[in-house]
Design a protein around this ligand. Sequence first.
Ligand SMILES: [Zn+2]
Length: 370
Amino acid sequence: MKFADITGHRSTIAALRDLVDTDRLPHAILLGGQEGIGKMRVARALVSYLYCMNRQGGDSCGKCPACLQNAHHNNPDVHYVFPRIGSDKKSTDTFIPQWNEFIDRHSFMPKEEWARAIEAGNTVPVIYRSDAAEISRTAALSSFAYRYKVYVIWLPEKMQPQCSNALLKLLEEPFPNTVFIFVSDEPGKLLPTIFSRLQRFNMKPLSDAEVTEVLTGEGVPFPEAQEVASLAEGNMIKAFDMAGEGGEIREFSSIFIRMMRLAYARNAAALRMLADSVAAMGREKTARFLAYCSRMTRESFIFNLHDPGLNAMTRSEADFNVRFSPFINYRNVERIMAEIQRAHDDVLRNANAKLVLFDFLLKVMMQLRK
Ligand SMILES: [Zn+2]
């Protein structure tokens, strides 16, 4: 992983690069921010940069022995610590094969995927006291091949209290040339005594344009990527969940099209059933669906202006809009948008989602013939 592989986070990267270049990298840093923004990607690029024997243009070279070792997860001086199952008796080493595969395949670090990879079932993975003991043991040894020894600790908020206390000792009396990189989704949950010893970098959610860039880089077609980005809240884990075959956007698109057809046909009985099935998706997902409706209504209205540059739709949505868009017009667009917003807010406010949706669909039905 190089800095060049990372979308966004330019100021964090510039600051980290500068600390390495000027030999001032502190012995403990914290990369904190919401999940799915690529904090671990930045940590890995930093590790590569720190070890690279032939840094070029402010980035690691990707070719020297150190870069190759880091890329293949066999740098003996780099250690990853992560939440796991199996109690104090089991060693983190047991999970290294799954870990290496996980960070390569899921570099935005979805926690649920990790729990699946280690077959956690209903057990909540944590970082055990023995993991801190293992850090103390290896940190006391001299490094194998390089000047630095690095510990990347993923989700330090999952440390057991005894683990935090043991680690705190290490942070209070650091070993020379030993660097701790804490990668945290919830820095506020760290022990304050640990938190205060870390040089902190608060990383922001990705912008919609950055999410779009990552998705298109993964082969998601542009209009769909843009649409997913508008709903993903800067979180690539959400974005990947929504994009692609069987993704949420396809599902929403087909529900929206069905909904509008039924509303236009004034089929109230079928709309009632549709309201029930949408409500069954759960509150959060229903709210995301309504956000999608809001966007599609806007797209339909704009479609009437016959300027393709203004629209951002997938092919199937555009096909539908050729026939549908005349029914969303200046006489009803504001009213429909307001109803969507109200339904969205009511659903999130714990109102009965089935009733809210049915009421909303009836209002859309009345508006469509205006
Ligand atoms: Zn290199």
